[in-house]
Design a protein around this ligand. Structure first.
Ligand code: SAM
Length: 412
């Protein structure tokens, strides 16, 4: 297969798009508001002599559209100058005919997430989350065969009432969408919506995300997400493989200089090919001392409690009570990485210190743990580089899901 056509909304730097292309789909349009993400997508996936040409699928445009997908509903995170687009605008921009899109892929950030802790149910006709509302309206405009949805885990697991209200609104809205001329019975999206751990699909990262597959006119009982292929402790009976660890994922790349120091970059280093993405943030000497102390005592700042290195906790965490549990933690090389966030190369922001070196993981290492291929280029600015990586859906996870979606498409 497949040549099935995908539009990627909230495309970021293209993690999800790349997964679809690796699985044989043609991505015919992609939209995001983030300038750096759009530039990164273009640089990697749209250029004429791109490695993408050798992949089974295709990207059929020269650059993603940088636009506001909030449909004019309030989105504080987005540049006011950006145009708010409809699906019709997206079709015109990419020269797509109505009804031509097989799959809409969408990862709308859950912007009002904190409000999910409210105990009040949302009014049926007005979801509190504007981007979720906008996303459903895009689907209503095109009504493709399949909708792929990705979101944070907590939309399923936050306070029962709040989470179920978010999810209920989404599934109810999707169930009631019908194409012109179809009866209620013929139309509506059946769905499967679950929290998946990327590590269970061979991704070297424990990343729990809500994944939804919606298929038009299908019964939800006939839709399932793919079964895991990997597990933490496989048994011969399970037929599953072991989780892929950080060491497995990084050690495959022999041409990466693994003993890079804080502030060092793999450019002009004798014996290694240049890789500007393989650069470690420069840390203050006090930070490096803290990493060493944490490594001596275990792997987490909590291991410093009641030791003669306790002073390293206090200045980092403004007192024990308020310290974030994983800050300055050392990544365990023998496990999949923890969830990489948009601060995933910054040790103070999570368990992002390299398993063996006293530095944060490099941008290249973060990208590899997200299953971006080795050739994938990142923004030269550090904050933008870690943001586009941490925001991504792992391409190899999407590849698995995209192959599974083919089964749904072939049932139509
Ligand atoms: C979870 S990330 C998507 C990651 C992407 N699917 C990938 O795999 O690389 C969410 C994206 O939504 C974008 N975004 C947030 N608000 C937006 C808006 N109003 N219009 C367009 N894009 C928006 C962000 O810039 C971010 O790239």
């Amino acid at each position: 297969m497949s040549g099935q056509k995908v539009v990627d909304l909230f495309c970021g730097a293209g993690g999800a798009s790349l997964g679809f292309v690796k699985s044989g789909y043609e991505v015919v349009g992609a939209v995001d508001a983030d300038k750096k993400a759009v530039e990164t997508y273009k640089k990697n996936l749209c250029c004429a002599d791109s490695v993408v040409d050798e992949l089974p699928g295709d990207i059929s445009f020269d650059e993603p559209l940088r636009a506001d997908l909030s449909r004019g509903y309030e989105d504080k995170g987005v540049d006011d100058e950006l145009e708010a687009v409809t699906f019709d605008d997206i079709r015109s921009h990419f020269d797509i005919k109505p009804g031509e899109v097989d799959v809409i892929c969408g990862c709308p950030p859950c912007q009002n997430f904190s409000s999910l802790r409210d105990t009040e149910p949302w009014p049926e006709d007005k979801p509190k989350d504007n981007l979720l509302r906008a996303f459903v309206e895009f689907v209503e405009e095109e009504v493709p065969e399949v909708v792929f949805f990705e979101n944070v885990r907590n939309i399923m697991t936050a306070g029962e009432q709040a989470a179920s209200t978010y999810v209920d609104w989404l599934t109810r809205s999707m169930e009631s969408i019908t194409r012109e001329g179809d009866s209620d019975k013929e139309g509506g999206y059946g769905y499967s919506l679950e929290v998946l751990n990327a590590a269970d699909y061979g991704i070297p990262q424990k990343r729990n995300r809500t994944i939804g597959l919606f298929a038009y006119g299908m019964d939800s009982d006939d839709i399932a997400l793919p079964e895991p292929t990997h597990t933490e402790e496989p048994t011969p009976e399970s037929g599953l493989e072991s989780w892929v660890t950080v060491s497995n994922a990084l050690r495959n790349h022999e041409d990466l200089k693994h003993d890079l120091e804080s502030g060092e970059k793999q450019v002009g280093i004798q014996g290694y090919p240049d890789d500007p993405e393989h650069r470690a943030r420069r840390h203050q000497s006090r930070t490096i001392e803290r990493m060493k102390a944490i490594r001596r005592h275990g792997g987490s700042w909590r291991d410093l409690i009641d030791t003669d290195d306790e002073n390293y906790i206090v200045d980092a965490h403004d007192g024990l009570e308020r310290g974030a549990t994983s800050a300055y933690g050392i990544m365990n090389g023998e496990e999949p990485a923890p969830t990489l966030t948009t601060r995933c190369t910054t040790p103070s922001c999570g368990r992002f210190t390299h398993p063996e070196m006293n530095r944060g993981i490099t941008f290249r290492e973060a990208a590899l743990l997200m299953t971006f291929p080795r050739w994938f280029k990142l923004p030269s600015k550090n904050d933008a580089a870690e943001r586009v990586v941490g925001n991504a859906v792992p391409p190899e996870l999407v590849q698995v899901l995209a192959s599974h979606i083919e089964l749904l498409l072939s049932k139509e």
